[in-house]
Design a protein around this ligand. Structure first.
Ligand SMILES: Nc1ncnc2c1ncn2[C@@H]1O[C@H](COP(=O)(O)OP(=O)(O)OP(=O)(O)O)[C@@H](O)[C@H]1O
Length: 250
């Protein structure tokens, strides 16, 4: 798929987990998304790229129901989400790791994890507390620590661990490694690789393009609320003008 020729519809071979079409979103009078199409296939890792302010977070919020699109549709697991509240959308099997992490003061690590625990739609719980703590040994050492007293990296691990406790089919991560020290970032990318290997589909927003090119199967690039590229890592790597102009990697 080439630049400025974004796909309008997903492949017909399997049902997409997420199928969003022609999303238009506004903040007041400000028209922020201009007809975004986005689909996510089972077990796929999709990156959402673009410079600051291009509409990545708003796209994620439109998928989750935090922002109501004025035009367009979102289907999660084949069912429309129109009129659904965000909690009803995520109950279809989405683990959300928001920008800023969403960790609560006054609640410790153990409580953050167990309050999120639920089985998947088939009643299975592959992600147990034990498995999450095995994946994040740092959290195991800090179980009784208040969320507000954790480092940024620990908070991000807790945010990801909490999302996994919901036994999601889809993980949505906004700014997965923002503001973290290089070693912690590496740790987060390793864990995102494990999540991918476990078969969970993901949408990842992050500023580190090299890591996104390594981990994601497909990439969408947003410019001023429109998708200008939809393709795989080889395709985007060849498109030096796109990388230079829209991602600052020239
Ligand atoms: N709550 C809001 N009210 C008004 N305008 C907003 C609001 N949130 C975002 N915007 C504006 O909408 C546009 C898209 O913002 P959005 O946060 O979706 O972009 P982004 O690509 O995620 O950027 P960043 O990397 O800076 O988070 C920007 O112009 C931003 O200023």
């Amino acid at each position: 798929m080439n630049t400025f020729n974004a796909s309008l519809s997903p492949p017909q071979t399997a049902q997409p987990l997420i199928d969003a079409r022609d999303l238009h979103a506004y903040y007041g009078q400000s028209h922020v998304l201009h007809g975004v199409d986005l689909h996510l296939m089972p077990a796929e890792t999709l990156s959402l790229m673009g410079r600051n302010g291009m509409g990545k977070t708003t796209t994620l919020k439109a998928l989750l129901g935090f922002v109501t699109p004025r035009q367009g549709s979102v289907r999660i697991l084949g069912k429309p989400t129109r009129k659904c509240r965000p909690w009803q959308v995520v109950r279809r099997g989405i683990g959300y790791v928001p920008e800023g992490r969403g960790i609560f003061p006054g609640i410790n690590v153990h409580e953050h994890l167990i309050m999120a625990a639920r089985p998947d739609a088939e009643g299975r719980s592959p992600w147990t507390l034990e498995r999450v703590l095995d994946t994040f040994p740092r959290l195991a050492q800090r179980l009784q620590h208040d969320g507000a007293l954790l480092s940024g990296g620990e908070q991000q691990m807790l945010s990801i661990g909490r999302a996994l406790m919901t036994n999601p089919r889809i993980m949505i991560l906004d700014e997965a490694t923002e503001g973290l020290a290089p070693l912690i970032r590496d740790e987060i990318w390793r864990i995102l690789g494990e999540i991918k290997a476990s078969g969970i589909a993901s949408i990842i927003v992050d500023k580190n393009i090299d890591n996104l090119l390594t981990i994601a199967d497909r990439h969408l690039v947003l410019v001023k609320g429109s998708v200008v590229f939809d393709g795989d890592s080889a395709e985007i790597s060849r498109d030096t003008s796109l990388l230079d102009t829209h991602l600052g990697m020239g």
